[in-house]
Design a protein around this ligand. Structure first.
Ligand code: ADP
Ligand code: ZN
Length: 527
């Protein structure tokens, strides 16, 4: 009860057992907590569900004063504080949703030493500086610390100002936490938050209970419906879509199929968003169809699947989003459908998007890593962990490439046929086309467009009968993924890259994943 928590625990373990009722610390928790309790700084990289919260909550109880938690998740502060209060921890928050009276009350409790934890939105920090000066501070916890990364997907400018914590309160220990793990992000956190003296703790990012699957997209909705109905009937899940429009259409369509599906995106009004979020958290078997605006900080242990209907922009985003599945440790599915259009669209978004060359270069590298994960013929988990700098042993046995090893084939000749079609059109005729028309030419189809342009006269017309339509689309997609073909202009028109000439000259060979046409067709029939 409240009484018990008010007596400061004499050790971290006592706090864990008395307040949280857990027997023992997990993984590196004890070491992290000891570091902070002793007044040292820490950087903690731990996957979602790994138990990051206790790493600052326990030291906040053990050290004298109030633990100040900087968190961008304003929508969740209320719930977080509620949960702590139920454990008898004296917690409060300061953010823009409060009126002046509520804020004054929190300030009074802080100054009276009546708070163990104070959650603070980063944008409130400048206004709260004077207040914090007068309070006894046990530690600063910087949650979701990757928000400091300007190139990351969750960049918050307010996070850049957090280096003042160190300048103004040099004697207060700081702990920065994130579930984002690339060495790049880690370096940015250390650098921008002035944490060079901090101990860095990196937990394994493996989530063995999550089964990773990435399928070629042919009939996305039908594929999704099968996943929901046949593998996860009546279970909670999240379906990510790129645009608000596709969120709404997909949610509506799923609902029409008898699935309890709700939309969530930043364009919905706050009341609807919070209603949908709380139904997802409290009811059983709700499927949330959402943009990536949904999910950061959501603590729902029994999300059984995360489905992506559009390609994530980076492996980090993919890992974070899929990481919301199976926090309870039980078997869960991470499923992604992706196709040629996704590659075309993402490449174009980068080309036409804002930002200087350097930023576009970074975005391209992120996308390329994501595409490499999609196209890999080896274990997905192995590749995913390798991306985060983690060596894993053998193939995992719990991803689609382990469960049904894809066939790969020497695609050099098909690639040359396709690329030389592009070259001929461009050199001989000054023309450029999208994937559909190129495939028509290779398959020797006499479409209206082929006749109109006289493309049945090209030497490459009809020379590609060794593959079918799906096979050729797979070739185009993989060439795009490998940077051996590029999207030019707004109509998805394709052109060569510098590297394509190496393939055309026979200086470079390529291997492709064989598209599993047969599997797709039979599953389409069963829909
Ligand atoms: P993260 O913030 O890293 O995503 P949380 O801090 O929300 O993870 O912890 C995930 C879950 O694991 C929570 O339900 C938490 O109470 C539980 N947990 C954390 N540490 C322990 C522990 N040492 N023993 C038992 N349960 C723990
Ligand atoms: Zn595997």
């Amino acid at each position: 009860g409240e009484r018990a928590a008010r007596r400061r625990p004499s050790s971290p373990l006592e706090a864990l057992q008395r307040v949280w009722g857990y027997d023992a610390f997990r993984g590196q928790q004890a070491e992290i907590i000891d570091t902070v309790v002793a007044g040292g700084d820490a950087v903690v990289l731990m996957p979602t569900g790994g138990g990051k919260s206790l790493c600052y909550q326990v030291p906040a109880l053990v050290r004298p004063g109030t633990g100040v938690v900087i968190s961008p998740l304003i929508a969740l502060m209320h719930d977080q504080v509620d949960a702590l209060e139920q454990l008898g921890v004296r917690a409060a928050y300061l953010n823009s949703t409060q009126d002046p009276d509520q804020r004054r009350d929190v300030e009074r409790r802080l100054l009276a030493g009546e708070l163990d934890l104070l959650y603070l939105a980063p944008e409130r920090l400048p206004a709260a500086t004077g207040l914090l000066d007068r309070a006894e501070i046990a530690l600063f916890a910087i949650d979701e610390a990757h928000c400091v990364s300007a190139w990351g997907h969750d960049f918050r400018p307010d996070y850049l100002r957090l280096s003042v914590l160190h300048e103004r309160w040099p004697q207060v220990p700081r702990i920065a936490l994130t579930a984002t793990a690339t060495t790049e992000t880690r370096a940015e956190i250390v650098d921008r938050l002035a944490l060079t003296g901090a101990r860095v703790f990196v937990a394994s990012f493996d989530r063995p209970n999550i089964q990773y699957r990435i399928s070629p997209k042919n009939d996305a909705r039908g594929q999704l419906l099968r996943l929901v109905r046949e593998e996860h009937p009546g279970e909670a899940g999240i379906v990510y879509c790129l645009s608000r429009a596709s969120v709404e259409k997909t949610a509506e369509w799923l609902a029409g199929q008898g699935v309890t599906a709700l939309p969530y995106h930043a364009g919905l009004d706050a009341a609807t968003r919070s209603r949908h979020q709380s139904r997802f958290l409290r009811e059983d078997g709700v499927v949330m169809v959402a943009t990536i605006a949904f999910g950061m900080g959501i603590d729902k242990p029994d999300v059984r699947f995360v489905a992506h209907l559009d390609l994530p922009k980076s492996v980090e985003g993919y890992y974070q989003e899929t990481g919301r599945a199976g926090r309870d440790g039980l078997a869960s599915t991470a499923w992604l459908a992706y196709g040629l259009q996704d590659v075309v669209q993402q490449r174009r978004m980068i080309a036409e998007g804002e930002g200087d060359r350097q930023r576009k270069r970074a975005q391209t590298l992120h996308l390329d890593a994501m595409l490499a994960l999609c196209e890999t013929v080896t274990c997905r988990r192995h590749q995913l962990l390798a991306y985060f700098g983690e060596q894993s042993g053998d193939a995992c046995g719990n991803c689609d490439t382990c469960l049904a090893p894809p066939e790969s084939y020497d695609g050099t000749v098909p690639a040359q046929k396709l690329l030389s079609t592009v070259v001929r059109l461009q050199r001989e005729r000054g023309q450029a086309f999208g994937a559909g028309h190129l495939v028509d030419i290779l398959l020797g189809r006499e479409t209206e467009r082929v006749r109109r342009f006289g493309h049945d006269q090209l030497t490459t017309w009809g020379i590609g009968t060794e593959l079918d339509e799906a096979g050729w689309r797979g070739v185009v997609r993989q060439l795009l993924a490998l940077g051996l073909l590029q999207v030019q202009g707004e109509y998805g028109v394709l052109g060569l890259t510098e590297a394509s000439t190496e393939v055309l000259r026979g200086q470079r060979t390529v291997r492709f994943r064989r598209e599993q046409e047969r599997v797709q067709r039979s599953s389409r029939r069963s829909a």
